[in-house]
Ligand binder design. Sequence first.
Ligand code: FES
Length: 253
Amino acid sequence: MNEKREALVLSQGEIAKDIYDLWIKQPEIAGAARPGQFVMIYCEDNSRLLPRPISICEVNAEKGHLRLVYRIAGEGTAEFSKLVSADRVKVMGPLGNGFPLITKKAILVGGGIGIPPMLELARRLKGEKQIVLGYRDERFLDKDLERFGRVWIATEDGSAGTKGTVIDAIKEHKLEAEVIYACGPTPMLKALQKYAIVHNIECYLSLEERMACGIGACLACVCKSVGRDEHTNVHNKRVCKDGPVFEAREVEL
Ligand code: FES
């Protein structure tokens, strides 16, 4: 899947401040995509900006449609936010390993711009799902996620749900699970990693790292792993190629 393909822009809108909701049509990528994988989107051909990794939020494989929800975080994503219906854009993917789909009582945790991959995951998981979403303030995708399970909210400013972190919300509502899936900022993942180890819960974390190539070639995205890589004999893993999803006990955060 390491080749650039042309995609047709179907629609785009801003769903919260600087958070954009982009639907594209690209049947090969949509047909192969799994929850937790990502795509690289390329800027205009004459732009020197690097492609940007964007996680896959929702897939309609039959129609060949992909939903990408991202935050404007620099010039590249600012350029994508100007795409309108009928524009064409170059995309590579699906990339990375994605979440394993385990039919057990699950807690899905999304923090900030780590929330989008939880939507396709919630859609495909078959077991009981409890969904915990952490926001700084403004909410997005919470209504979409309510289609697939009960949703609990944590906000930093206390404007909705539990005031505090996603861990505070899990404790407040006494949520229990046999497996935890999470994507979000590193402090949140670290806290969940600790929580899962202490409570002996299987846990999969999607690491948000700065990526450059997205296909394992540049080493811009390495993280520390507990075990040694069998090829290079070092304690490193490439988030883009070996991840972005890792079992919680596999990586040092
Ligand atoms: Fe290049 Fe991961 S982004 S190796």
